[in-house]
Ligand binder design. Structure first.
Ligand SMILES: *[C@@H]1O[C@H](CO)[C@@H](O)[C@H](O)[C@H]1NC(C)=O
Ligand SMILES: *[C@@H]1O[C@H](CO)[C@@H](O)[C@H](O)[C@H]1NC(C)=O
Ligand SMILES: *[C@@H]1O[C@H](CO)[C@@H](O)[C@H](O)[C@H]1NC(C)=O
Length: 936
């Protein structure tokens, strides 16, 4: 030190140093004040933020520029469950709104919180918001940060006092186009937020990570170690498992471009650039209850037609109908279960919706042919329609809305005037697959003209091509090559859609903080690969800036609502872009993945996450979409994909064929896995019914059933069907066994080589042969319905029912069976009025014998289910007396050629033709038996 002690300069420096130091925040708890590139000490401090370099030992991504803890708003006045706040801290991206309203309320056990004034934009999503129930309750308390007057709040779990949210970390902001709120979290066990590629199901909160949420046409990147890019949809929902295993969930309703930054506090920082913050806190206390409470709020999933649970085979680039026929029939010839052939965009005439290309002249006849075989057809539709053909003209005639420019003088007439049908409109023209310019239907048009026209187009086309399901793609919405302009001259010089980046018209397209969705992609804008944010939607009442993330959601709703007048039967809509409550209207495939092992691995996580998001009908493109697949990968992907609710092999244009029939080994493995799936379809369908009627998941991560078992909290490569069936697929090249975790419980193997064996708890290495069934295990204490499989669901549905009962010592076994017409509409989505039978089963046993009871919980005489003919019991310790079976007191004659007891693996098989009627008239039954060799 060259400075002399006691000198004035030294004292001043020390004072300055101490001031900074007293405010400095631990490297694990910083609220980032400079999320965009280019941070510097000067720029940081001029925002009123603190600059402290983080030592290299700090968590990855530690911000050097961060908000003082005592930053945010102060309380101006307090009302009943409400506050009026006044801005205190500078907002780097605009003036904070002041006064600012905060109010909270409860809806059953769910706690609702709104930050933002009534004049702020709220997404027009019309959630049902049914009040939730829970054994737990949440408490809202307000406070101030440190010794300051800065407002903060906590949401605590009443039973334990654990703070689920605690905003005393500071940093709250609320300007017109920059809103943020930060909170401490009670644990690092965070799940959800989407749509992203997560390499592990549990987020990594040991580092700072920002996840943008802004719907985008971009394929998942499972190739890099960490890719945070936002994919096709937006799901601002997460779940947290607290230290004691209790779960809660948090949902933020907002449809603007947004992002979340998670950090090691543990904490998170949520940012959005419009609307307001509408939060819902769900108390659980189990993970499944959290999802249930979330779905009470946003809406329960649709019930797919039964056939939609069958295997689906698709590719882009068949080129003509004959190629499609060849692929379909060669897989059928090998006995591979198959329900749904697909046609991708190449079936259309020059990619125009509602048309057929020249190479597809026999398509309607072929569709009738596959219908006669019990198969169903799904074809693709894109939202954007070319503006020079009949479909668009009918839209104009029907006064349907399309996304528009805000003003006439923004319309580029060099493009517009080429099209007589669009010439005198403000419709914003883009370029997607069709040869010429396209318009984007405005599915948020509150007058319903657009949706009525859309439904009419489907209905008219359906008369030509009797498809059964609709696959809606490109609905982020995607627009190719969106350019930029500074001046009208520049705009007119472009042959493509371009958006303003300077001047007063650019305020929505180039907002003060465009989010990481933009910063991550150097040189891009919010409108890149989509339409200009200044566009108008909802029939000129909203800015596209606000509603962009709702585009796929609104198209899915319009398409779903068209079904009654199109096919007149229950169907399935598959949408690429999703938003909370998309599951009410359709399912989702995980997008344009790549034929890589990493993509197979992340598929498992994606399927589990979309179940948390209320979109249980989900799966990845089996074998991988982009790139060249290979035999081993395609085989393993079928072994996994057979257990995705949505199970489809799909391939990109120009890639070699990858349908199972290409390789004998893949055909064999696919047949085995899919035959198992078809056998258990009644169970899978019953899970979908429970999702649609009660708001449940179909696929569950292990921690959903075992949240107090810490080991389950990061298991990303195993999953459950409901509570009972556990799948541990092989996901790595060269793998011959799976190091699978068995939570402490009773588990039986269903793999043929070890069938019926009990599995030890903890980690087991289980064989994963290429030539046999995926490792799949059933949990003790359940009753699973199944039907002997055919090669179509249509055939399988005619088989007699069977029950698989799994014994858990000293516990009853239970399960249910749902059955209905399979493809009959559910008018008004009112499943309570839908003709159906729903049986609940219970099995108990003692040293003396066993009793199976069935109780028809909902019984409609209009539905005629097959009889229950076969019962299998696993883990039954002694042989039943097969001469002593009684059904409701009367003797049952069993078919002794199919009835047996195997003491080696404790397996009972009971069979009798037409043994138990499951018709509505029955209402209930009791099947009882005694054991042989009972010495009491
Ligand atoms: C139609 O089929 C022919 C013959 O297979 C093929 O060469 C051509 O590319 C196809 N046309 C289209 C538009 O796919
Ligand atoms: C809007 O149109 C669709 C399609 O015709 C129809 O199913 C729906 O019921 C209509 N909604 C309203 C509110 O009229
Ligand atoms: C999960 O985490 C535990 C400890 O936190 C670790 O022992 C285990 O290996 C992890 N399991 C997986 C599958 O990552």
């Amino acid at each position: 030190m060259f400075l002399k002690k006691g000198s004035t300069i030294v004292v001043l420096l020390l004072v300055f140093y101490q001031n900074t130091n007293s405010q400095s925040v631990d490297v694990s708890k910083r609220v980032d004040c400079y999320p965009e590139p280019g941070a510097s000490q000067d720029a940081c401090q001029s925002r009123g933020c603190i600059w402290t370099e983080a030592p290299s030992s700090s968590p990855v991504g530690t911000p050097w520029c961060y908000y003082p803890t005592e930053s945010g708003f102060t309380v101006q006045s307090t009302g009943t469950n409400s506050f009026v706040l006044a801005a205190k801290t500078k907002n780097p991206y605009g003036n904070n709104i002041s006064p600012l309203n905060v109010k909270y309320s409860s809806n059953g056990a769910t706690l609702l919180l709104t930050i933002g004034n009534d004049d702020r934009y709220v997404p027009p999503v019309n959630f049902p918001k049914k009040p939730s129930t829970s054994t737990e309750s949440l408490k809202f308390t307000s406070g101030t940060i440190g010794s300051s007057d800065v407002f903060s709040f906590k949401v605590t779990r009443a039973s334990t006092g654990v703070a689920l949210w605690d905003t005393s970390i500071g940093g709250m902001q609320f300007a017109d186009k920059f809103i943020q709120i930060a909170t401490y979290l009670p644990s690092k066990n965070i799940y959800g937020f989407g749509d992203h590629i997560h390499k592990k199901i549990r987020h990594n909160l040991d580092r700072y990570t920002t996840w943008p949420m802004f719907a985008r046409d971009i394929g998942p990147d499972s190739g890099s170690a960490l890719s945070t890019q936002n994919l096709y949809g937006v799901h601002p929902f997460y779940m947290c498992i607290e230290a004691d295993g209790k779960a809660h969930g948090v949902f933020i309703l907002n449809s603007n471009a947004q992002e979340v930054e998670t950090g090691p506090g543990p904490h998170l920082l949520y940012r959005t650039i419009g609307g307001r913050i509408d939060m819902a806190f769900f108390p659980g206390p189990t993970p499944e209850q959290v999802v249930n409470q979330y779905l009470q709020h946003i809406g329960f999933p649709f019930l797919p037609a039964y056939w939609a649970l069958g295997y689906q085979l698709c590719r882009w680039g068949y080129g003509n109908l004959d190629a499609m026929k060849t692929v379909i029939s060669r897989n059928q010839a090998l006995g591979i279960p198959l329900d749904v052939p697909y046609a991708d965009i190449d079936y259309m005439n020059h990619y125009e919706d509602f048309t057929e290309g020249d190479n597809w002249s026999g398509f309607p006849a072929y569709t009738q042919q596959i219908h006669a075989q019990g198969l169903h057809l799904i074809v693709i539709f894109d939202p954007a329609v070319e503006v020079d053909y009949a479909s668009f003209q009918r839209g104009i005639n029907a006064d349907a809305s399309f996304i528009e420019w805000a003003r006439d003088d923004q319309v580029p007439h060099n493009i517009q005037d080429q099209y007589p049908m669009a010439k005198n409109t403000k419709i914003m023209l883009g370029n997607v697959w069709p040869d010429r310019n396209t318009a984007f239907p405005d599915f948020l048009d509150p007058r319903n003209n657009t949706n009525a026209w859309w439904a009419g187009e489907f209905a008219q086309f359906h008369k030509t091509l009797p498809f059964d399901g609709m696959w809606i793609d490109m609905n982020e919405p995607s627009n190719f090559d969106t350019g930029t302009y500074n001046t009208v001259e520049e705009q007119l010089a472009s042959a493509k859609l371009s958006c303003p980046i300077t001047g007063s018209d650019s305020s929505l397209d180039v907002p003060p903080y465009p989010t990481q969705a933009v910063y991550q992609r150097n040189g891009e804008y919010l409108f890149s690969k989509t339409l200009c944010m200044l566009g108008k939607t909802a029939h000129r009442t909203r800015d596209f800036y606000d509603t962009k993330n709702l585009y796929g959601w609104s198209e899915a709703r319009a398409t779903y609502q068209a079904i009654p007048q199109v096919t007149g039967k229950r169907s399935a809509v598959i949408s690429r872009s999703t938003f909370p409550s998309s599951g009410r209207y359709g399912g989702h495939w995980l997008g344009d993945n790549t034929a890589r092992w990493g993509d197979l691995q992340t598929s498992v996580i994606g399927v589990m996450e979309f179940n948390m998001f209320g979109v249980p009908y989900v799966g990845s493109d089996i074998c991988g979409f982009n790139g060249v697949s290979n035999e081993e990968l395609c085989l393993r992907w079928h072994q996994f994909g057979a257990f995705s609710p949505f199970s489809r092999d799909h391939n990109s244009e120009g890639m070699p064929d990858q349908d199972p029939a290409v390789w004998p080994s893949v055909a064999n493995a696919a047949k085995i896995a899919l035959t198992f799936r078809y056998y258990f379809l009644p169970f899978l369908y019953s899970l979908h019914y429970n999702a649609a009627r009660y708001g449940h998941t179909v696929i569950r991560p292990l921690f959903f059933e075992f949240p107090k078992d810490e080991e389950t909290l990061n298991i990303s490569e195993q999953f459950l069907w409901g509570s009972a069936l556990m799948i541990a697929p092989a996901l790595y090249q060269g793998q011959t066994s799976v190091h699978a975790y068995f939570p402490s419980d009773t588990w039986y193997s269903l793999q043929p080589e070890t069938y019926g064996q009990k599995m030890f708890s903890g980690f087991n290495d289980v064989n994963a042969p290429l030539s046999s069934l995926t490792p799949v295990f059933v949990r003790g204490g359940f009753v699973l319905p199944r039907q002997s499989p055919g090669t179509t669901t249509t055939a399988s549905r005619l088989s007699p029912f069977e029950l698989l009962i799994t014994v858990k010592t000293n516990a009853a076994s239970s399960g249910d069976l749902y059955y209905d017409g399979g493809d009959d509409l559910i008018p008004n989505d009112d499943i309570e009025q839908h003709p159906r039978v729903h049986w609940q089963f219970s099995f108990t046993s003692s040293i003396a014998g066993g009793v199976l009871t069935g109780n028809c919980e909902t019984c409609s005489t209009a539905v005629r289910p097959p009889t229950l003919d076969i019962i299998e019991i696993l883990g039954y310790p002694s042989s039943p007396n097969f001469n002593g079976f009684k059904l409701d007191g009367s003797s049952v004659t069993l078919d002794m050629t199919k009835t047996s007891y195997n003491s080696a693996n404790q397996r009972v098989m009971i069979s009798a033709r037409n043994m138990i009627s499951l018709m509505a008239l029955k209402k209930k039954f009791t099947l009882s038996f005694t054991n042989l060799n009972v010495y009491l």
